[in-house]
Design a protein around this ligand. Structure first.
Ligand code: SF4
Ligand code: SF4
Length: 365
């Protein structure tokens, strides 16, 4: 008689998936319809059925260094066709959250960012840091200049380390993820440089989102949010150039490149994030409304863009009592986005790009 294989389920992992939006996990009866309808999965060893089985059985080790959960773009075609309502697209989203948690250090930060009970605290901490650095005690008088509230040096002193922290922790997680993928899948035999170039092209065009049939709108919303951030990044870089190197004082006129890139970026970001919210409600009956993990990022981005627009409008309208507090809220949320980057859903951009690159490198297409 063959030796029996003893399976040790990781119950904490199962509980984590269930509490992160994968509560329908246990309904799966492994018919494989999901793997058949998925337009994104490779033919060889396709997802998401195998991931549903592993997650049901609590085989958390199977997800270590697994690029497949990241190749999924959560289009939810599989969820729409699942005869059991097991919502495999949402379950894979919940598994990705566990994966982010596994790779981001220190572990308590993930718990802090992704637990509802700490919701006010995760914004209170950045607010206190900014209050300490800015040393505000009253609304500045005279012409509204946001640098009167928070000097350029104070911005650089707080936001640069926050961004470096976010990226450093994120890169550390990605390196561990890459190492695990190599350990699990073996040393890839493809061309790494070619894979990076192909991934960049695919990413910039958001081409895989076009394979979705149920949630086609996801392409446009993600495209707008991504390029909104790109334009805002360009505006910030030009701003640094003018302020630090050309010694030009802000605020800039509305036709200045900083404002043009910034305002177009803000409109793109606002349109994209509103579209994401509308899509979530529109598809709620079929695929669910999403988890706290999804909504936290939407909330942060929405608050950043709305507070940014309102700060500019109230400044132009010379309403100092509104403009400065709104600007402060804007700073708190931008700081939060930077610091919580490796623990929040925003990290999925980097993990997905890394997984796609590895899949190309390993010729898993
Ligand atoms: S998730 Fe649904 S479609 Fe996929 S194997 Fe399970 S029951 Fe079938
Ligand atoms: S959500 Fe979309 S990409 Fe992900 S497994 Fe389902 S069908 Fe495939």
């Amino acid at each position: 008689m063959a030796d029996a294989t003893l399976i040790k389920p990781d119950l904490d992992f199962v509980k984590g998936v269930i509490s992160s939006g994968g509560e329908s996990l246990k309904k799966c009866y492994q018919c494989a319809t999901c793997s058949v309808v998925c337009n994104v999965t490779p033919d060889n060893n396709p997802f998401p059925r195998k991931e549903m089985v592993w997650a049901q059985w609590g085989l958390s080790d199977k997800f270590k260094g697994n690029p497949d959960v990241w190749l999924c773009h959560q289009c939810n075609d599989c969820t729409a066709y699942c005869p059991r309502g097991a919502k495999p697209g949402e379950v894979l989203g919940a598994i990705r959250k566990q994966s982010i948690r596994q790779y981001s250090v220190p572990g308590f930060m993930s718990g802090l960012v992704n637990s509802k009970i700490f919701f006010p605290i995760i914004f209170l901490i950045p607010a206190l840091i900014l209050l300490a650095v800015g040393g505000f005690n009253s609304i500045p008088e005279g012409e509204i200049k946001f640098t009167n509230l928070f000097s350029v040096h104070a911005i650089q002193f707080t936001f640069t380390p926050a961004l470096i922290f976010g990226f450093a922790i994120g890169i550390l997680g990605l390196m561990k993820f890459w190492k695990d993928m190599k350990q699990t899948g073996g040393v890839p035999s493809g061309n790494l440089t070619g894979s990076i170039v192909e991934t960049a092209k695919e990413f910039l065009g958001h081409s895989r989102f076009k394979d979705c049939t149920v949630s086609r709108d996801r392409f446009l919303s993600h495209f707008l949010v991504f390029y909104g951030f790109v334009l805002l990044g360009i505006a910030t870089a030009i701003g640094v150039l003018y302020i630090d190197f050309m010694h030009v004082e802000s605020p800039f006129p509305l036709v200045h490149p900083v404002k043009l890139f910034g305002n177009i970026g803000a409109i793109a970001l606002l349109s994209g994030i509103l579209l994401m919210i509308v899509n979530r409600f529109k598809n709620a009956a079929k695929v669910g409304i999403g988890s706290y993990f999804d909504w936290l990022l939407i909330f942060i981005i929405f608050t950043i863009v709305v507070s940014g627009i309102l700060a500019e409008v109230t400044r132009l309208a010379d309403k100092a009592a509104l403009a400065y507090p709104i600007y402060f809220i804007h700073l708190v949320f931008v700081f939060s986005l930077f610091v919580y980057l490796p623990y929040s859903k925003l990290a999925h951009i980097f993990y997905r790009a890394t997984a796609i690159c590895f899949a190309k490198y390993a010729k898993r297409q």
